[in-house]
Design a binder for this molecule. Structure first.
Ligand SMILES: Nc1ncnc2c1ncn2[C@@H]1O[C@H](COP(=O)(O)OP(=O)(O)OP(=O)(O)O)[C@@H](O)[C@H]1O
Ligand SMILES: [Mg+2]
Length: 288
């Protein structure tokens, strides 16, 4: 097909040899199938800021700090330079997350870099060579749903251990090839420790996935992987090796009243002793 304007610079630079077809045009990007030498790859062209929905941008951006202070100040001030910096931070967020997640052991498309707002990555295909379907278009057995759900929970855990929450995980952002689920679409990934919405985003991601797989295995809907992971994460006890159970007890134990009372009594006695020491000292002072 005719090379789209935004892809032309990559063709000029020899990164892409041919644009084969347009795969999808979503809210935030248009995705193409391209040829790079002998490889067929995927090129995701981000829409410009004005054309994107910025509804949640603030929520996602919280805690995403620029390491460069001049850049950070410019981004805050909203100057043209700042907007450009913010734009490239947004565009690079996905390629950064793809590299990090691949490193952490999560199945994501292999990234080849982001150039002029175009992310080049592996095209996920089935063994027959067709573009992999989205999870939303896949029907599966109960056993398969349980196996894949376990795997996706494992991926969510690995992401959290790497400090990342997908933030938009759903059956529309997971592809399925012959080896199982592949996570895609990460430009909104959030920093798990710096974002106040982190917990609710994690819970939403987990709930979306659990509801989807729960259609094929209703028992999954009872699981509490989100709460379990978050509690372990907050306690600093979540590791890539942690075996998740999907079980979670809300902390409903009545407060141990006796211990609390004892602590109050001890604090009171300590305070009395302190006052006594002060008045003793004053008494000594006044003797002189
Ligand atoms: N690496 C890939 N391999 C194969 N298909 C892909 C790949 N990346 C994206 N796609 C296809 O392109 C679609 C859009 O990609 P993506 O979700 O990353 O962009 P988006 O603009 O955020 O889309 P949406 O707004 O629909 O979520 C995906 O649903 C998928 O069908
Ligand atoms: Mg998407």
């Amino acid at each position: 097909m005719k090379v789209p304007k935004r892809i032309q610079p990559l063709v000029n630079d020899g990164l892409i040899d041919e644009v084969i077809s347009q795969l999808m045009s979503g809210k935030e990007a248009t995705v193409y199938m391209v040829r790079c030498g002998d490889d067929v790859r995927c090129a995701k062209v981000y829409k410009e800021a004005i054309k994107r929905s910025f509804k949640k941008a603030a929520q996602y951006q919280e805690g995403r700090k620029s390491r460069n202070s001049r850049r950070a100040r410019a981004m805050e001030k909203g100057s043209k330079y700042g907007r450009d910096q913010q734009e490239s931070a947004w565009q690079n967020a996905e390629v950064d997350a793809l590299y990090q997640l691949a490193e952490a052991g999560v199945r994501v498309p292999h990234p080849y870099g982001c150039f002029d707002g175009v992310l080049l990555m592996e095209l996920v295909t089935t063994d027959d060579g067709d573009v992999a379907p989205r999870l939303n278009d896949v029907v599966m057995s109960e056993d398969q749903a349980e196996e894949d759900h376990t795997l996706v929970m494992h991926y969510v855990k690995l992401m959290l251990c790497a400090g990342i929450i997908h933030g938009d995980l759903s059956e529309f952002n997971v592809l399925v090839d012959d080896y199982g689920p592949v996570i895609i679409d990460l430009p909104q990934a959030v920093d798990a420790s710096a974002n106040n919405n982190a917990k609710s985003m994690l819970m939403r991601d987990v709930t979306n996935m659990t509801n989807y797989y729960g259609q094929f295995s209703p028992a999954l809907k009872q699981s509490k992987y989100g709460q379990e992971m978050w509690a372990l994460f907050e306690a600093g006890e979540l590791t890539p090796e942690t075996t998740l159970t999907g079980l979670f007890e809300e902390d409903t134990d009545a407060a141990d009243v006796d211990t609390v009372l004892e602590e109050i009594k001890a604090a009171f006695e300590e305070e009395e002793a302190r006052i006594e020491r002060i008045s003793d000292a004053n008494a000594v002072d006044s003797e002189y």
